[in-house]
Design a protein around this ligand. Structure first.
Ligand SMILES: [Zn+2]
Length: 254
């Protein structure tokens, strides 16, 4: 325990010195930094990876070639291509499990540089799919729930038709459908656009931009609705004609 604590302080001190004197650190030993990049595949939060990956390095300018090793002995690949010395690999080509990646760079004078080690857990294709599923499933549930709500909204609007009683329009007030001329209550679900609301008429089920109607306008529409209910419904042609007449009337009285 005490040893560990001392070691921690030593590391901290080294880090502080490294930050305080980067020039000194650089002149002492030019670092070879190994980098792992995902090209196409899965990368989890716990260092588990699957798919197509690339290893590259950042190193001194006189770097000639770089060899990449898996677990210290298996040659992953070699590159003489400056500046990144990129080597691509597929995790599925190696047995699943924990692997250590390391790069060995060769400088112009023949000396070798060893990079830091990167430890990753190579997971199988199925396991990666499962992990993706774990993230994907809750997302799919949310999407399905949203779709269900948007599909149910018109149904709720239809349900309101049965519950509708003339004269009752709720706290948002009532509107008269410009398409069929019948009254309905404004819904909280209606999309507000400026002074108007996009509403689905429970009578003709058409969408239109409506405004809150005045009591007289609503009363007239209610009378129309009552007359129609008694007559057993108008034909669509008559309905459209009535709408047109209503619109003309509206413009006349404005
Ligand atoms: Zn309507």
């Amino acid at each position: 325990m005490r040893m560990k604590k001392n070691l921690l302080w030593l590391v901290l001190l080294a880090l502080l010195l490294g930050i305080a004197s980067p020039a000194l650190a650089q002149s002492e030993s030019p670092e070879l930094i190994l980098k792992l990049r995902r090209d196409w595949g899965y990368g989890g939060f716990n260092g588990d990876i699957q798919g197509n990956f690339s290893v590259t390095v950042e190193g001194p300018a006189d770097l000639v070639s770089v060899r990449y090793y898996l677990d210290g002995e298996t040659l992953l690949g070699e590159s003489g291509e400056t500046p990144a010395f990129r080597v691509a690999f597929v995790t599925d080509d190696y047995p699943p499990g924990q692997h250590t990646l390391v790069a060995v760079g060769v400088r112009a004078d023949g000396t070798e540089l060893r990079s830091q080690e990167l430890v990753r857990l190579f997971v199988g294709r199925e396991q990666a799919g499962e992990m993706m599923g774990r993230i994907g499933v809750p997302l799919a549930v949310i999407v399905v729930a949203l779709l269900a709500v948007s599909a149910l909204a018109p149904l709720l609007a239809t349900g309101r038709k049965k519950a509708h009683r003339p004269g009752e329009y709720g706290w948002l007030g009532g509107a008269v459908c410009p398409k069929c001329g019948k009254p309905y209550r404004l819904s909280a679900l209606g999309l507000k656009l400026g002074f108007s609301r996009l509403e689905n008429c429970p009578h003709c089920r058409k969408w239109s931009l409506v405004r809150r109607a005045g009591p007289e306008e609503l009363a007239a529409a209610e009378a129309r609705l009552a007359a129609e209910d008694g007559a057993g419904g108008l034909t669509p042609e008559l309905d459209a004609q009535e709408t047109l007449r209503k619109q003309l009337d509206d413009t006349r009285y404005d």
